[in-house]
Design a protein around this ligand. Structure first.
Ligand code: PRP
Length: 215
């Protein structure tokens, strides 16, 4: 039997995913030990799990280095890879928003010279150009994006809002709602054909479990 390989976005999402996999009878004991290892196996079931940076998960899956990936919808939208998105796990729910100081509200409606800071330039571009038909300047940052409007680098930001406390504590507010986000299961297109039975069996088990838990 060929290994079925999973790419997981390392961090909290990988831990939650492994809890879920354990519940459907796909445990990986090796992964519970604290270490710097990146690849883990379940020899009995022919499964391999590896941990990568979230933004690299779609790359591994598109190229077939992993058959299945578990990653946030934000990363899927930003990376724009050729993948099957099969299931919403309902984990890590949050939203992609346009946010800024109250004073940016009017500018957001009218200005054609809006400066938008974000870690997600593709999502921001798609939203402003394709949805709002508005020409803006996108400024790419790598984190703590909320700083940008405060120090005058941008008018607004496009970022993830979960509890809203980062915005509140920095005197910013949600101005527009772009889309809801959560963790998704993505599958390589060739793997979906070659390993159809094993993959759909796993997806069905996850679906049954998550639907049961959400009732
Ligand atoms: C994320 C996001 C927001 C914050 C939102 O940042 O970019 O800054 O969490 O969460 P909240 O609504 O619950 O406050 P992250 O913690 O990943 O850090 P970063 O901005 O440095 O990337």
């Amino acid at each position: 039997m060929r290994y079925l390989t999973f790419a997981l976005a390392k961090g909290r999402l990988a831990d939650q995913t492994m809890e879920l996999f354990e519940k459907i009878g796909m445990p990986c004991e090796e992964m519970k030990e604290k270490s710097r290892k990146l690849i883990f196996t379940n020899e009995e079931l022919g499964l391999k799990f590896f941990l990568s940076k979230a933004s690299d998960v779609p790359t591994y899956v598109e190229h077939g280095a992993a058959d299945i990936g578990i990653v946030g919808k934000d990363t899927i939208l930003e990376e724009g890879r050729n993948l099957y998105e099969l299931l919403d796990l309902g984990l890590g729910k949050c939203k992609m928003m346009v946010a800024g100081p109250e004073s940016a509200k009017e500018k957001l409606e009218r200005s054609h010279h809006l400066r938008v800071a974000t870690k997600y330039p593709k999502i921001a571009t798609d939203y402003f150009y394709k949805v709002k038909h508005q020409t803006v300047e996108i400024i790419k940052l790598n984190g703590s994006v909320e700083l940008a409007p405060i120090v005058g680098l941008s008018d607004v930001i496009v970022d993830i809002v979960e509890t809203g406390s980062t915005l509140r504590e920095n005197g910013l507010m949600v101005l527009e709602d772009i889309c809801p986000l959560s963790a998704r299961v993505v599958v390589n297109r060739v793997s979906m054909k070659m390993e159809h039975e094993r993959i759909t069996d796993i997806i069905d088990k996850i679906r049954a479990l998550t639907e049961g838990e959400n009732k």
